[in-house]
Design a protein around this ligand. Sequence first.
Ligand code: ADP
Ligand code: MG
Length: 297
Amino acid sequence: AVPTAVMVSTGRGAAFGILIKGGEALQRMEKIDTVVLDKTGTITTGRPQVTDVLGIAQNEAGSDTADAAIRIAAALERASEHPLAEAIVRYAREHELSLSQPEEFESLPGLGVLGRVDGDSAMVGNAALMEKFGVSTDSLLSAAMRYAEEGKTPLWIAVNGKLAAMIAVADTIKPTSLAAIRQLHAEGLRVVMLTGDNERTAQAIARTVGVDEVIAGVLPAGKVEAIQRIQAERRLVAMVGDGVNDAPALAQSDVGLTMANGADIAMEAGDVTLMRNDLTGVATAIALSRNTMRVIR
Ligand code: ADP
Ligand code: MG
């Protein structure tokens, strides 16, 4: 039978906006020593904005080259549901660029998108995508590193196999993230960031919020392996995420926590739903579990 203390604590959690699926999950949280946080949509709001655009021929032709590249990129991104894609499409609309219907489209999860627009072959995505197709990013690399150092995500646009532009996209850190991570540290927990974004951007955001360790540049399938590697060190892992990409890692972790406004599949994979859509409930949930188990013994 579920002890009364577990039922009482589950109810108390609910009052804090922490929905725990069953007493077993509450009991498992007691021994958690590592909290793994997804970046986009978990530490940050997940509603990125385009902040800077650099065309390859900026010096000669001004911003026209960049506009042409953005127009092609946004036409492709219209077919993607990624938050970065939405940011690029919004930017194009705000600049009143007309968007064609792509003739071909393919999405490469964790890398970007590619296809054909108005007869031109094009792709938009991260450095790994450019590398995969042999597109050199040298001419805009130092600018990209500067943006990444500010916590912005650099995205590359290539047209007909050549670099055309770079876009910097910034996501906002949730105002509660810093304090919530402090609270996790106060509970003696190790805090890890797990993201598909690039290392430099991830490190900049990690520094701002005080995360202990960063695992970046992870393809969606790699998130599960990352959790397994931590578990292989005999650590007990709570994973916090919001996206479709996070669902397998949430299922793999010892306790999975998800944002209420996240993807349905993530919520199904998790044991705890955070109704306030931020990290404030994580330390509270673990503390609640520890107190409950102490009462029972
Ligand atoms: P996250 O862990 O941040 O949710 P994802 O696996 O969704 O990461 O994406 C990782 C990286 O892949 C992004 O930071 C971006 O560089 C690139 N990427 C993914 N989808 C797209 C897209 N539709 N357009 C451009 N870049 C993309
Ligand atoms: Mg996310």
